[in-house]
Design a protein around this ligand. Structure first.
Ligand code: SF4
Length: 323
């Protein structure tokens, strides 16, 4: 097993790139190559698959991709989708191939439901009904076949023109899925998010290895930013791409470029108590330290555990060596 700098813990794959003039799909050969290179990295257990939507005929290949990832030995396989086009006969196979399915609102519907947007209630109602029907069907199949995979519905944190949460609570097989709100920015008030604290603690460039559908390593798995590319595994090794000069330069410079205005993505490192640590050591060193150590510092600062003798600043004096 190998270790890479920053201990990345997620492999994120964009199966379809719809930002180009024509759609690009990740080929099975490229997927196999990416899995073979990333599997030996001991810190990566999770693969997150971003499927923009499943058009007619794409569900079988989505299932095949999930199975390939499972066969490669990744224990956690998350499929993130808007659910569009996913109400097809392969639902059971999808639930068997992935350990978690995360549904979010389709972008167009979400935009229409935002406050102060022009709101065509009939169109929204129809689109929402189709989306809810998909979720209910997945919940039904999961319950009927007693499948262990999780179904999570992610809703935006703010108020929407229709109470989507209420509609979800009225669906059948409600116990078969969870609903989470604005999960990416846990621990931050709206003011802090506006002040871009979320962006400061964004883990993407350090913890998430993202490949686009064209097989290129990209800088960010978020779909709210135009992507930057650092080359493919045909051009360099995984270590060469991830630790290479181009990506390191981008990590340092991105806040004034690609990341400007983005609230960032991350997980449990987003406690406000870590902001002062972040400010004193800088983004790159902050992300060089293991997650458990950062969690301990945050817990100490928030009084969740007995205080220790070392201060957060002392803790960061000797950078961890990459093995
Ligand atoms: S664009 Fe946003 S999510 Fe992506 S790396 Fe930058 S801050 Fe993080």
């Amino acid at each position: 097993m190998a270790r890479l700098r920053y201990d990345p813990w997620v492999l994120s794959l964009h199966l379809i790139d719809a930002t180009a003039a024509r759609w690009v799909t990740l080929s099975p050969d490229r997927l196999a190559q990416i899995l073979a290179e990333t599997r030996p990295v001991e810190t990566i257990q999770t693969v997150r698959v971003q499927a923009v939507r499943a058009n007619v005929g794409e569900m079988p290949s989505l299932v095949e991709n999930g199975r390939m990832i499972a066969l490669a030995g990744f224990s956690e396989r998350i499929l993130c989708s808007s659910g569009e086009g996913m109400l097809r006969q392969e639902v059971e196979e999808v639930l068997r191939a992935f350990t978690s399915i995360e549904f979010s609102l389709p972008q167009k519907l979400r935009n229409q439901l935002l406050p102060f947007q022009q709101f065509d209630s009939q169109t929204c109602e129809n689109e929402l009904a189709a989306w809810l029907k998909t979720i209910e069907y997945y919940a039904r199949v999961k319950s009927t076949w007693r499948l262990p995979s999780e179904i999570v519905v992610r809703l935006p944190a703010g108020k929407l023109a229709i109470d989507v949460s209420d509609r979800l609570s009225r669906l059948g097989w409600r116990n078969a899925f969870q609903v989470q709100r604005g999960g990416e920015l846990v621990g931050f008030t709206a003011e802090q998010q506006q002040a871009q604290y979320g962006m400061k603690l964004c883990e993407e460039p350090y913890r998430v290895i993202t490949f686009g559908a064209c097989g290129q390593l990209t800088g960010c798995s978020g779909d709210q930013r135009q992507r930057v590319y650092f080359g493919s595994l045909e051009e360099d090794t995984l270590r060469g791409l991830w630790e290479g000069a181009a990506m390191e330069t981008w990590r340092r410079n991105r806040i004034t470029g690609q990341c400007q205005g983005c609230p960032g993505l991350g997980s449990d490192l987003r406690q406000p108590s870590l902001i002062s640590v972040y400010n004193s050591v800088g983004e790159q060193r902050f992300h060089e330290y293991p997650r458990q150590q950062l969690c301990k510092i945050a817990n100490q600062a928030e009084g969740n555990v007995a205080p220790r003798m070392v201060t957060a600043r002392d803790f960061f004096c000797a950078p961890r060596k990459v093995s």
